[in-house]
Design a protein around this ligand. Sequence first.
Ligand code: DX5
Ligand code: ZN
Length: 224
Amino acid sequence: MIRIAPSILSADFARLGDAVRMAEAAGADLIHIDIMDGHFVPTLTLGPRLVASLRGLTRLPLDVHLMVDNPRHFIPLFAEAGADWISIHVEASQHLHKDVTIVRDLGRRPGVALNPATPLQLIDEILPELDFVLLMTVNPGWGGQAFIPSSRAKIRSLRETIRARQLAVEIEVDGGVKPDNLKDLLDDGVEVVVAGSAIFEAADPAGVIRSMKDVAARAAQRRP
Ligand code: DX5
Ligand code: ZN
């Protein structure tokens, strides 16, 4: 199943509820929420109280992307707030298996996120424990950056590994995804597509979500 996950990082923070309602009405499958701590990445964004508020106004799963040092400290806070998917950066976790297990034991879907320069080999051991891998296709910290072209080979390599090992791990991509590169990424084997600026900086955000859903539906038909 291909899912479109609008990232509210690029929405108007004074009207986040409206952004989430719009995304749900337009057919979004997940809401992607970027958590930044000013350490792992330079800036600050959102916290568990905001997640709890959004939990109350949408039925869509909340996909919490933890760009934080010491993720262990934050996992229970976001799980309690209503996060459904929780991704932890491999670069930020000292005990990744433990952190992933905590997410799983809290009844949430665990994922591991990798920065663009982080090799896939670092998740060889943890891969069977995951529901998804989040491949950063820009350097984390900001919306609106250009997609890093070498990411496509990394996506295909991960897809091949998952297939060869007969795992059910989904691939999520995050950063620089636009309607015009979406088809290629889906053909590379991506299942979950994050898009922030492409949606929320567009004149017609709902129209962009609907057109991305159309591209996804056509890609799904091409899949074996
Ligand atoms: C960046 C975040 C992304 C961001 C993507 O660190 O993880 O989720 O919102 O934004 P776009 O789609 O504008 O590249
Ligand atoms: Zn993100």
